[in-house]
Ligand binder design. Structure first.
Ligand code: RTP
Ligand code: MG
Length: 138
């Protein structure tokens, strides 16, 4: 069983879409094994997106990520990393496949409703960034 890290982003939490988004993960065979609602500090958001530091979208991305609470979670399932990204769809909602979270809910390339780890290395780093091992119920 693989694990991935997921965020239900501020735009989705603000619009009361937590349940809608979770339902898509559960329906597609992913299981929530850790979850909490937090309001990211600037420092936490900057550390999380450190790989994008210096890009033109970095500052507005940080502002957006701290603008409202988020749900951080660990999802488990067969091929969880790829499956999660498939359920989310492309970063740009106008390019996301029909029926994906981003196609259905995202407001823009930035306010795109969900995050999912992009590799096993990212998943391990991101899970450890937000959860201690005793908070994960495998
Ligand atoms: P994520 O990391 O959030 O799962 O999204 P991703 O892999 O699909 O996209 P990535 O390239 O890692 O970008 C991280 C987040 O930054 C925002 N973004 N804004 N041109 C823009 O305005 C732009 N590009 C990216 C999005 O919120 C994206 O998810
Ligand atoms: Mg990414």
């Amino acid at each position: 069983m693989e694990r991935t890290f997921s965020i239900i982003k501020p735009d989705a939490v603000k619009r009361n879409l937590i349940g809608e988004i979770l339902q898509r993960f559960e329906r597609n065979g992913l299981r929530v094994v850790a979850s909490k609602m937090i309001r990211l500090s600037r420092e936490q958001a900057e550390g999380f997106y450190a790989e994008h530091k210096g890009r033109d979208f970095y500052e507005p991305l940080i502002e957006y990520m701290i603008s409202a609470p988020v749900i951080v979670q660990v999802l488990e399932g067969e091929g969880a990393i790829a499956k999660n990204r498939e359920i989310m769809g492309a970063t740009d909602p106008s390019k996301a496949a029909e029926g994906t979270i981003r196609a259905d809910f995202a407001l823009s390339v930035r306010e795109n409703s969900a995050h999912g780890s992009d590799s096993p290395e990212s998943a391990a780093r991101e899970i450890a960034y937000f959860f201690s091992t005793i908070e994960i119920c495998g």
